[in-house]
Design a binder for this molecule. Sequence first.
Ligand code: ADP
Length: 257
Amino acid sequence: AEAELLRVQRYESLALLASGLSHDLRNVLQPIAMGVAMLRDDPNEEIRKVGRLIEESTQRGLEIVASMLSFARGSRAAVHRVSIASLIDGLVMLLRGSLARDVELVVDAPDRALEVEGNATELQQCLLNLCLNGAQAMPGGGTLRVASRTLALDAGFFEPGETVAPGDYLRIAITDSGVGMSQEVQERLFKPFFTTKEKGTGLGLLSCRRILANHGGVIRIDSAPGKGSTFSIYLPMAAAEATVGGAAATALGRGER
Ligand code: ADP
């Protein structure tokens, strides 16, 4: 419990820092982006070229700021019941258009009516991050597989620092046939700003884990160099829909404990 608390506190201060930093940075970058756009039509070729470089870098800075902000926002989202169907369909819609043509997307889901409790936008953001990572790990093309099923987890499944909550979970596994990861990379995956990509932010997986933690979920990785990777997320299943009176009673019961 103490380790968990420490991690939550570390997350919170990181989020606070990210939020402050990104607002400040945005205020610095936006006027540069606006100003440099004026160089686009400069008669001097050399100046146009420098302008383009500045514009690209500024754009890149603004993207990093945007992902820092979405990481920082993390914990304040509205919670609803979300069906597997809406999660998977939303994901496929987001992916359509962003996957290279030589990446084949294969999706299989269990009973689409099953539900988890949470924020659909956040969960989709997390799934999208994992899928785009998978796609980026397959520069020569390959298969991106999204498979979901339900399973019971016991206390032994959870690692130190995670909230131990045995019960029924939804597992969504995202498998790519890409380059895979060395042990060394796997150990550093969740470090803020760790990236092996030229244009990476190194915040994608961290923000995934944060979103999952807010949902009582966890993430597991199975990967080897040259063999591709599977990122599996586990989300607690929502209890079967109760009648209105019943639901209120359950909520009260929970509050008292
Ligand atoms: P970013 O994608 O911006 O680099 P992430 O936190 O999402 O940030 O990922 C961190 C690093 O983890 C990546 O730079 C990459 O080295 C590694 N990684 C993540 N997903 C995969 C994957 N599916 N296959 C191989 N490497 C991956």
